[in-house]
Design a protein around this ligand. Structure first.
Ligand SMILES: [Zn+2]
Length: 248
């Protein structure tokens, strides 16, 4: 089951193939651009077939993205206060529900996407997640997008049992994120057991987070995932996801 999330290959489109109207529609539909935009250029309107029909009227910029279109990341100058186990998040940056190269997973409802109030981090954390998702897609073409779980709440603070999960003793100041290991059966959902984890792809993710500058990558003790000692650390209850922490 693919859930329709296969990364798509770039579709070659020449500017000449686009009518002026289609370009205007694309510009209007793209909406405001703030900072790095995690948009899918493949979601732009298709070029008109020849003979070109009358130029469409450019629609008003949508408030919410239409189905199939990805929200831009609205980066804010975020600040992590305190420590991950007792902290707050100021001006948190929200990870979009999904992007061209990543999806989000709600570990309580066991569905994608994750709820928005569980997807806030510092701007640096969101940048790292998206950068690693892109590098993963480059290194592992044809694989499903990276599946991201909880970050922090919009203003940080406690993210423990009251919010549905046992094990989030941290995730309080926007520096932590969970990323689910790819599954051997290529389903875009969280593995339930270590046996469902594709260890080669899981190691790829670990390597990419280390290379991107992660401070810690907690990994499942039953997966034999490797990395620099003190950075990649086996930790209980991490056999279906890795936990990445960035420097504060
Ligand atoms: Zn975690």
């Amino acid at each position: 089951m693919t859930h329709g999330f296969h990364p798509r290959r770039p579709r070659r489109t020449t500017l000449a193939a686009l009518t002026a109207g289609a370009l205007a529609a694309a510009a209007a539909a793209a909406g405001p651009v703030t900072g790095l935009v995690d948009e899918d250029p493949l979601e732009s309107p298709k070029p008109a077939l020849s003979p070109a029909p009358p130029a469409p009227v450019a629609p008003a910029a949508p408030v919410e993205p239409s189905p199939g279109r990805y929200s831009p990341v609205r980066y804010r100058d975020s600040r992590a206060l305190g420590v991950p186990s007792a902290g707050l998040l100021v001006r948190g940056t929200r990870l979009p529900a999904r992007g061209a190269l990543f999806a989000t997973w709600d570990p309580i409802l066991r569905r994608t996407p994750n709820r928005r109030w569980r997807r806030h981090g510092t701007d640096d954390l969101v940048r790292m997640l998206i950068a690693v998702a892109r590098r993963y897609a480059v290194r592992e073409p044809g694989e499903l997008p990276m599946l991201i779980g909880d970050l922090s709440r919009p203003r940080g603070g406690d993210f423990g049992v009251a919010y549905g999960i046992v094990g989030h003793s941290t995730h309080q100041n926007g520096l932590d994120a969970d990323v689910y290991y790819p599954r051997t059966d290529r389903r875009l959902s969280a593995p339930r057991t270590a046996a469902q984890v594709d260890r080669r792809l899981a190691q790829r993710l670990v390597d990419l987070f280390v290379a991107a500058g992660a401070e810690k990558v907690l990994v499942g003790p039953n997966l034999d995932l490797r990395g620099p000692p003190g950075v990649v650390v086996p930790y209980p209850n991490h056999d279906n996801h890795l936990h990445v922490r960035i420097p504060g």
